[in-house]
Ligand binder design. Structure first.
Ligand code: NAP
Length: 494
């Protein structure tokens, strides 16, 4: 509590003047000496200069990870989990600092960023708990042989993460590590600070070289990391466009890759749904008050049955108007700002496009009017009614606080409407008729479906996409095992 009050004065206390990457247990700058500035998107204020690495730094980091690998892989999964638990505990001890850093660097509300730190810690503990599940099988192949499998790590894993939940993604290191791999991670250029702060905690907890964190942009660090011959397994979370490039480069090196990509996720409301709960679900599903809509799972296509459309929309607009948009680090703020001017302009261009396409703007559509918000990239929660699937507003991931309302008549059309895009990440179905919901859940092309719920993740429940929304599942045992490869051992007993 004392720390909260201290920080609340300015928040500057959590920002360092000497950010460094972590390579081989050492805190280092880029070999070239290059740095790049990161800014507070709510105020425009410069926060810090951070190292801006290049391919030579990637080589250093991969070499450090490779040399740490033999000793790390010799530990048992349970021994490796001990380090991960310590790391989870450290995240909790320093939760306030991490939450403040992300709120300042990203522009999401402080209260939401506290939950991100807590989720990151919980997920690390979850993986530590299932460490003993890294095991093989015995196979009764013949009467005179003993045939069994063991699970082995790949070696060095490259991990590339997006801007929208910085510490939540940066701290998700448990799966590759408990599986016995070492790691080189690249944080996003827009929000590098919490990952670089984390580098210091990681340095104190893990043996040198087991986790390496290098900052730099996608072209100069991300691409060389994926292509590096000693990187044997890649994980990428980000856009479909870059995911495709990463998959192509990984294929060239014949290395397995998991991809967590974008979405344009449907939420479908039936006439028998509990309207008040579904309205709350439509609001929460957009993640307005978590990330200003900058979350991959946001239910940005809202399909309302024509018989409930008017009542639902009126209630949704009332709900949306309650979101307190403000300076992200203020305790009373529900909704912050977008991450950069470039992203702000992109979201605003979609709002203009929606108007041109003939959709009806019924909420938001621009910046708030408060004087203290004029220097930041704030966009009001924005709702378009009268959207049709032929509009780009309904087809493309905007990744901002823009919700498209579409109307449906016939249940038989729903799978086609929901599945008409190449995305397939999440979907949300609202009805009191469970058999109907379950039937539709099976028909919808998405990796993660909620029935009478939205937005929430659950440790142990696989999260990931189908079609262009990705390959692989996170937050589950399958994810942990995906960082291992099977070896069969066959003993002749005669
Ligand atoms: P992005 O532009 O695809 O960038 C993601 C990461 O890839 C960044 O670290 C970026 O580096 C790096 N990168 C860029 N070019 C690269 C290249 N050629 N090779 C390797 N790495 C490269 O995505 P974003 O704008 O940060 O994040 C938003 C996207 O992520 C949305 O589409 C969202 O849906 C998706 N997302 C998906 C999930 C999921 O679980 N499915 C979760 C969160 C976000 P720099 O930015 O530093 O250049």
């Amino acid at each position: 509590m004392a720390q909260t009050m201290e920080l609340a004065k300015t928040g500057r206390e959590v920002i360092r003047d000497d950010y460094r990457c972590l390579i081989g247990g050492e805190l280092v700058g880029a070999l070239s000496g290059a740095t790049v500035a990161t800014h507070n998107p709510a105020t425009g204020e410069k926060l810090a200069d951070v190292p801006n690495c290049g391919a030579a730094d990637v080589d250093r980091a991969v070499a450090a990870a490779q040399s740490a690998y033999p000793a790390w892989r010799r530990l048992t999964p349970v021994e490796r989990a001990v380090y991960v638990r310590k790391f989870a505990a450290r995240l909790r001890e320093r939760a306030e600092t991490y939450a403040w850093i992300d709120s300042l660097d990203l522009g999401s509300p402080l209260q939401a960023m506290r939950k991100d730190v807590a989720s990151a810690a919980a997920l690390n503990d979850y993986y530590a708990g299932i460490a003993p599940e890294i095991k093989g099988e015995t196979i009764p192949a013949t009467a005179t042989t003993l045939n069994f499998t063991i699970r082995e790590p790949y070696g060095v894993v490259g991990r590339i993460i997006p801007f929208n939940h910085p510490i939540l993604f940066a701290a998700r290191i448990a799966a590759p590590l408990i599986a016995g791999n070492t790691l080189v991670m690249k944080p996003p250029e827009q929000t590098p600070l919490s990952a670089l702060e984390m580098a210091r905690d990681v340095r104190e907890i893990f043996p040198p070289g087991v986790v390496n964190i290098i900052n730099g942009d996608g072209l100069n660090v991300g691409a060389p990391l994926v292509r590096h011959p000693l990187v044997r397994r890649v994980h990428f979370t980000g856009s479909v466009e870059i995911g495709r490039e990463v998959a192509r480069a990984a294929a060239e090196g014949l290395k397995p890759v998991s991809l967590e990509l974008g979405g344009k996720n449907p939420m479908i409301v039936f006439p028998d749904a509990d309207i008040d709960k579904a309205v709350a679900g439509a609001f929460n599903g957009m993640n307005y008050c978590w990330s200003q809509g900058q979350s991959c799972g946001s239910t940005s296509r809202l399909f309302l049955h024509e018989s409930i459309h008017d009542e639902f929309l009126a209630k949704l607009l009332a709900k949306v108007s309650t979101a307190r948009i403000g300076i992200p680090t203020d305790e009373s703020t529900d909704m912050g700002c977008l991450v950069t001017e470039k992203h702000f302009n992109r979201v605003m261009s979609y709002i203009e496009l929606g108007k041109k396409e003939g959709a009806k703007l019924v909420a938001g559509g621009g910046k708030p009017t408060q004087p203290e918000l004029q220097h930041g990239y704030f966009v009001l929660p924005t709702v378009f009614d009268g959207v049709t699937m032929s509009m780009r507003l309904a087809q493309e991931e905007i990744f901002g606080p823009v919700q498209a309302v579409l109307t449906w008549k016939d249940e038989a059309d729903l799978p086609k409407l929901a599945n008409s895009l190449n995305f397939g990440l999440t979907a949300s179905i609202w009805t009191r008729d469970f058999p109907k919901a379950y039937q539709l859940a099976q028909e919808i092309e998405a990796g993660f479906v909620w029935i009478n719920d939205a937005s929430r993740h659950f440790a142990g429940v696989p999260f990931g996409g189908v079609k262009h929304s990705g390959m692989g599942r996170e937050e589950t045992l399958g994810d942990l095992l995906s960082y291992t490869q099977l070896k069969s051992i066959n003993v002749n007993l005669t």
